[in-house]
Design a binder for this molecule. Structure first.
Ligand code: 2IP
Ligand code: CA
Length: 376
């Protein structure tokens, strides 16, 4: 069993609980909804607070890794900067302290002295939430070479949907928007090859339980290392038949791009890069095609790890379009075109997924997609 995966899975659940409790606690939630406030102070304050949820999760993971696996601490990278400016213009670096009280004091500074909100947040950050790997799968997971690994985290992907807090609109099995599109993404990659080794995707708002009037989360994971692939995804047989022709894309893609894909697929716009990748992993869509520089390594690393464990992957879009499209790409060719996670781009933004990508669970879909796009 991999201790690292167990640690990251449990942590993803704690992150999911931080995300849920911020929406659940009236004192914290009121800060989120002030996002729509009119005054400049309110807007700045809540903008900072929104970011604080992200930063808190990221720094909590860094703290957790430092405690559990000290050698990995320097190799945790994330979307957020831990430096914060409150409405008084004070610069504060958010970190998780040794005690809950110390963390609360630090957070109170970021929250302009709102001690009650700071204490609530500190309590959930320091709470000991665990989620166990499935007992039948845990023994199959290979040990991972900790000293060769790096971690990418996107603490809250789809921040806009998180703040809006709508329950979500479905097209087929895919949510186009809403809280189910929010994900916590923790990806593991090999520092030498740059290839994904595994990932955890936590969906904090997966199912709304009418009885308790609370959201329940789901956590998905996968590992692909030394030829051993293990994951906890269950793709129902109906998914492979009914959803066969769904591809997910961002609503920001051009009309002509969508028209080309519509020749062979039902095209669904869904929010959240992490969520779209998860939809492919779950078999709710056959592919996610992103033609632009609109995502980052922290968006793709975790679900890429799961897709690799399923035999799929995430290949560079512009690169694959350059090859001879009349020939089907081989497995080896697709392997060489995988997005990698260890080297920044030569031009800024250095960690964007330059040139876009195609995410797939089954490689047989790639020639069909390329056939649609051959005139681009
Ligand atoms: C965003 C978020 C957006 C996505 C964008 C990501 O991350 O996932 O929804 O755009 O690519 O970077 P789209 O939904 O159009 O694909 P964040 O919410 O963390 O900024
Ligand atoms: Ca993101």
């Amino acid at each position: 069993m991999s201790e690292l995966l167990q640690i990251l899975l449990s942590f993803s659940e704690r992150a999911g609980e931080i995300a849920r409790s911020i929406r659940r606690e009236p004192k914290l939630f009121s800060l989120l909804v002030e996002e729509k406030g009119e005054t400049e102070k309110n807007q700045r304050f809540t903008h900072d607070f929104k970011t604080l949820a992200d930063v808190l999760i990221q720094e909590a993971l860094r703290h957790h890794i430092k405690t559990m696996i000290p050698s990995l601490e320097d190799y945790v990278q994330g979307e957020e900067s831990a430096e914060f400016t409150n409405t008084l213009g004070e610069k504060i670096t958010v970190k998780i302290c040794e005690t809950e009280k110390e963390t609360a004091n630090l957070l109170a500074k970021v929250l302009d002295g709102n001690a009650e909100a700071a204490e609530l947040l500190a309590a959930v950050v320091h709470s000991d939430i665990t989620l166990q790997l499935e007992t039948e799968l845990a023994p199959k997971i290979p040990e991972l070479p900790i000293n060769n690994l790096g971690i990418w985290i996107d603490p809250i992907d789809s921040t806009g949907e998180y703040v809006n807090g709508k329950s979500g609109v479905c097209q087929g099995k895919v949510y186009k928007s809403g809280l189910p599109c929010v994900t916590v993404l923790i990806g593991i990659y090999d520092r030498v090859s740059g290839l994904p080794v595994g990932g955890v995707v936590n969906q904090p708002f997966s199912v709304f339980d009418e009885e308790s009037q609370r959201w329940r989360g789901k956590a998905y994971w996968g590992v692909s290392h030394s030829g051993v692939n293990v994951h906890n995804i269950q793709v129902s047989s109906s998914s492979s038949e009914i959803e066969k022709k769904v591809v997910v894309i961002s609503s920001s893609e051009s009309v002509s791009f969508q028209e080309m894909l519509k020749k062979k697929f039902d095209v669904v716009h869904a929010t959240g890069a992490g969520y779209k990748l998860l939809s492919v992993a779950l078999g709710h869509a056959v592919a996610y095609i992103c033609s632009k520089n609109s995502t980052f390594r922290w968006d793709t690393a975790a679900p890429h790890g799961i897709l690799s464990a399923e035999g799929g992957g995430v290949v560079k879009y512009k690169e694959i379009l350059k090859r001879n499209l009349s020939q089907e790409p081989s497995r080896e060719e697709l392997q060489a075109l995988q997005v990698n996670y260890h080297k920044p781009n030569t031009a800024s933004p250095i960690w964007c997924n330059e040139g876009g990508f195609i995410a797939y669970r089954n490689l047989s879909i790639i020639p069909v997609i390329l056939d649609c796009l051959k005139d681009t």
